[in-house]
Design a binder for this molecule. Structure first.
Ligand code: NYM
Length: 216
């Protein structure tokens, strides 16, 4: 056994329903990693800064409409644009803290009528796979107690309930990606500590190869 540092960075993915505190916790995890001397960077999807991201942003803000399949594929393209960069960062030893990814892509799209889960998974197959999914779990009621939803598309109770259900289904896929459930209704400090211990375990278990998502 050796005490050698992992050969690459770890890919931490935080997922959850809207208003679960994901964005705050991504910042906190990034800080903890940096303070521990671990090279790390933050990422979020959708990345609204690219040209696909701008189309997505206007769809979410309801200033444009799009076919359900077209917007789904755009969300996926928005991730593929970063795929090479993700692998390069990990191989260079930089860990990634990512706010949403393909699981959000499937959970939201597959919560719409006539959108099949497997159809939704297909375009994201082969993306760089995360080393763990840290799921910030919270009931729809608890999320709503946090001051209600915003003005964006999908920020409605019925949709959020379906999305949570879809996330549950995705967590049970035998896709080789470990899911860790964190009770997001705790205080911010408690949630941060839970995430930090998961992150430390994950760092110890990182395998040299970056795996491909949903590839048999
Ligand atoms: N969303 C996010 C999707 O519908 N598909 C995706 O692939 C991703 C990454 O966009 N309600 C939804 C979930 C959110 C919304 O996310 C914007 P955020 O984290 O609020 O910027």
């Amino acid at each position: 056994h050796s005490t050698a540092k992992p050969t690459r960075g770890a890919f931490f993915l935080l997922e959850g329903v809207d208003r679960c505190g994901k964005t705050t916790q991504c910042q906190r995890l990034l800080q903890r990693l940096l303070q521990a001397g671990i090279a790390a960077t933050a990422m979020r999807f959708p990345n609204r800064t690219t040209s696909t991201g701008q189309l997505i942003d206007s769809y979410l803000q309801q200033t444009s409409n799009m076919d359900d399949r077209a917007i789904h594929l755009l969300f996926s393209a928005n991730r593929w644009e970063s795929a090479d960069m993700i692998v390069e960062q990990l191989k260079a030893g930089t860990s990634i803290v990512c706010d949403r990814y393909a699981y959000s892509g499937v959970a939201f799209s597959a919560s719409k009528d006539n959108m099949d889960l497997e159809w939704c998974q297909a375009p994201d197959r082969g993306l760089p796979a995360p080393d763990c999914v840290i799921f910030l779990d919270m009931s729809t009621e608890q999320a709503e107690e946090r001051g209600g939803y915003g003005q964006e598309r999908y920020e409605k109770r019925e949709m959020q309930q379906r999305v949570r259900q879809r996330f549950q289904e995705l967590s049970q896929l035998d896709d080789g990606v470990q899911w860790k459930f964190v009770n997001a209704a705790q205080t911010m400090d408690q949630v941060e500590d839970d995430i930090w211990s998961i992150a430390q375990q994950t760092l110890e278990q990182v395998q040299p190869e970056v795996r491909q998502l949903w590839q048999s």
